[in-house]
Design a protein around this ligand. Structure first.
Ligand code: BYC
Length: 316
């Protein structure tokens, strides 16, 4: 019988060789807890993220736009399901993670606590929010936990399409009438800073990063990913003829990167702690939808139980 030290050495050696940790492998308790925290937060973000965009399905400007938005919002629900399934492999039930979300114990991405005021916000979310999500998720495809990594591979393919559909909306608005261009600029003004906040606190203040990087759960730090996002996105804004709302934004030839202004960290923590413009309504909507879906869950469970019983009778 192996003791904990031997098991830990085997675990570390696996990480060192770049192999995946799988659900039945031994893992340190803190590794398991960190993954449950991050994967459930990620799943909640996908599902809560359906609300700001769902808000515009009935008001999309054309049938084509409506069909595309509807499909995108459904994709986000699907991403939530992959991620909840990955999370369950770590020994926590779906009910428990949902309970943690609804009670405020579990977080979800701060970005989804901002309102979607105009149609241009659908463009800005696809372009910026999905763009930031991809930046983070490309790295997560190589995360050390097998089920999380495999979920991310599927999700990234769809997120790339989401980002492009958002950018295409922005292109049409930016090249449209002066009113449409102003609407696109206004959306960029409102979504830019909250998008930069998606990457989390500065490295120096990120309580989980060092351990997550040691365990290869995260492969890059919050600041590294944020910088990559800025470097990739600023030229896209220029191509649109829009202005990034940051007076300190400047190309730094020495670093071969953009310097950019300071994030309002007080606003970030305020939103994370539940006091953003839409935190309350997002959770209220989730609680209501969950309650209304109770009969579906009960019917599915009853059907599964009936099938299992029939299979038992056949075996007997
Ligand atoms: N919002 O030590 P840190 C999408 C928390 S949705 C809220 O750096 P970590 C989409 C953090 O949890 C995709 N909380 O943490 C859907 C921690 O608190 P706890 C969203 C945040 O985990 C619909 C504390 O602050 N993507 O694509 O090392 C439509 C200290 O932070 C935030 C994901 O969820 C935040 N922004 O790194 C469109 C990616 N940032 O838990 C699009 C998965 C930090 O210790 N998650 N906190 O109490 C991650 O990659 C990491 O968890 C983070 C944070 C980079 C977010």
């Amino acid at each position: 019988m192996e003791n904990t030290i031997q098991l830990e050495e085997l675990f570390d050696a696996k990480l060192e060789r770049g192999e995946f940790i799988e659900p039945k492998d031994w893992m340190p308790e803190k590794y398991r807890k960190t993954l449950i925290r991050q994967i459930s937060q990620h799943a909640h973000s996908e599902v809560i993220g359906m609300q700001p965009e769902g808000n515009w399905i009935t008001r999309a400007p054309s049938l084509r736009r409506k069909a595309v938005l509807l499909a995108k919002v459904q994709d986000e629900g699907g991403h939530g399901l992959y991620l909840y399934s990955a999370c369950e492999t770590l020994g926590i039930s779906r009910d428990e993670v949902i309970q943690q979300l609804q009670s405020g114990k579990a977080k979800y991405s701060s970005i989804f606590n901002y309102p979607t005021l105009t149609w241009a916000d659908m463009g800005a979310i696809g372009w910026l929010v999905d763009g930031a999500a991809i930046m983070n998720q490309v790295m997560l495809q190589r995360t050390s936990y097998g089920p999380y990594s495999r979920a991310m591979v599927r999700i990234c393919k769809e997120e790339s399409f989401h980002q492009r559909q958002g950018y295409e909306i922005m292109c049409v608005l930016a090249k449209g009438s002066p009113e449409q261009k102003a609407m696109a600029q206004d959306a960029l003004n409102r979504w830019w800073w909250p998008t930069l906040m998606m990457f989390g606190p500065k490295d120096a203040e990120s309580s989980n990063s060092a351990e997550s990087i040691k365990w290869k759960i995260k492969r890059e730090t919050n600041d590294e990913l944020r910088q990559k996002f800025v470097d990739r996105t600023v030229p896209q804004a220029e191509h649109l003829g829009l202005t990034v709302p940051d007076k300190d934004l400047k190309w730094n030839a020495e670093r071969n990167s953009y310097d950019f202004g300071e994030i309002d960290w007080e606003e970030f923590w305020n939103v994370v702690q539940g006091n953003g413009p839409c935190n309350k309504v997002r959770i209220e909507n989730h609680v209501r939808a969950h309650e209304e879906g109770k009969w579906v869950r009960e019917a599915a469970a009853a059907y599964a139980a009936k099938k299992a019983k029939a299979a038992q009778v056949q075996v007997a």
